[in-house]
Write a new protein. Structure first.
Length: 392
């Protein structure tokens, strides 16, 4: 479990840094919020689209090996992007191509960690393990944006990209012992890879709990996707482009991450068993208020307070979603089902980023309002659509 925690923390730190850096990079190089939104969309959408195949691969090759492949490929691609940038040859189409390819292996790493957790811990410790996983991810979100903002502002995009590459390489190396330990565990599914992927899609679609979670959490992620683009645009408009603005953006997301970690740990302490729907519904509804009016109405101070509150409420939502999804999935289907389910759940993030990039050019307040509305819809979907029990 120690190797998984270390690899997950390093790779998530790299991923969280990249998520902010790519937006700052586009705003610096191309001065285009619309392109920033589409770059974020392309950095996730292709991977989400092929996630059923990734899930089938997870069950065949083993989750640990799949995570290693994702991290190694990510390191190679970002190294190539840094080299091309040094040569001054980056264009908008080339950048979109790089981030699209980058996204293709992401489901292997993202779902792989969540597949390994219930296989490495006893069932009675699942809530605590998920709270630790969510809390550590949220705490990584403190370090990631802060480091990324400062590095990007004072060392430049190339040095920041190379730092992310080093993190991915370190994560790859740290997981090798776990690959050796788990490579012979369990039977691998036979038959067509495509057939296995399709079976995973059907499992999620036919399972009322997983299907409803996908609707609710996708709507919730639309809100966060909008914020990914809107927050740096608003800060740059307030403070002007430069190192200080980049550092402030990183600091804001770091504060949100810290709050998210605390919220997740508290939710794990309370135990979500039988109350997952309530955790999700209350958390998403409270997030809507944190986005609007708090984030939208009181300048940078309000934005900071709103992001902290939104992060705090996101923690219990994530713990509730993770625990409910794992409890209502057949263990033999974890790889295929979690990859597909997580893809459906996260589909709102790139959509929100594309929307945010378009709307914020006309009105940041409207973008915040749209984000709040989708969180309200997410709360309604969680409470009304997710069955109260696995028999529902």
């Amino acid at each position: 479990m120690l190797q998984l925690v270390l690899a997950a923390c390093l790779s998530r730190l790299a991923s969280r840094m990249f998520a902010l850096v790519i937006v700052l990079y586009v705003l610096q190089r191309f001065d285009s919020p619309v392109l920033a939104g589409w770059v974020v969309f392309v950095s996730m959408a292709p991977g989400l689209a092929i996630s059923p195949l990734a899930g089938s691969l997870l069950d065949r090759m083993g989750a640990a090996k799949a995570i290693v492949i994702d991290m190694a490929v990510s390191a190679g691609l970002l190294l190539a992007l840094a080299v091309v940038d040094m040569a001054g040859a980056v264009t908008a189409p080339l950048l979109l191509a790089f981030v699209a390819i980058f996204s293709l292996t992401a489901p292997l790493g993202t779902a792989g960690v969540r597949v390994l957790i219930p296989r490495l811990v006893p069932s009675e410790a699942l809530d605590h393990a998920n709270a630790l996983d969510t809390g550590s991810y949220a705490l990584i979100s403190v370090t990631g944006p802060a480091v990324a903002g400062v590095l990007f502002g004072f060392a430049g995009p190339q040095a920041t990209l190379l730092a992310i590459v080093v993190l991915y390489i370190a994560a790859t190396i740290s997981l090798v012992p776990l690959v050796r330990r788990t490579s012979s565990r369990g039977a691998t599914p036979s038959g067509s890879l495509v057939r296995g992927a399709w079976a995973g899609v059907l499992y999620v679609v036919r399972n009322a709990s997983l299907r409803s979670l996908a609707i609710s959490y996708a709507l919730f992620q639309v809100s966060w996707g909008i914020l990914v683009v809107v927050v740096p645009v608003v800060v740059v408009r307030e403070l002007g482009a430069g190192a200080i603005a980049d550092s402030v953006v990183g600091g804001l997301w770091a504060a949100a991450g810290l709050a998210g970690g605390l919220g997740a740990l508290y939710a794990g302490h309370l135990s979500t068993v039988g109350r997952e729907r309530l955790f999700i519904a209350i958390g998403t509804l409270a997030t809507a208020v944190a986005i609007w009016p708090v984030s939208a109405s009181f300048g940078l101070v309000g934005l900071a307070a709103g992001l902290v509150l939104a992060g705090l409420f996101e923690g219990p939502v994530d713990v509730g979603v993770l625990s409910l999804r794992q409890r209502r999935t057949d263990p033999d289907w974890l790889g295929r089902v979690l990859a597909v389910s997580m893809s459906f759940n996260m589909s709102g993030l790139p959509v929100g980023s594309a929307i945010g990039g378009i709307v914020v050019v006309h009105s940041p307040a409207l973008a915040f309002g749209f984000a709040a509305v989708t969180s309200v819809l997410a709360a309604a979907a969680a409470y009304l659509l997710v069955p109260a029990s696995s028999d529902g």
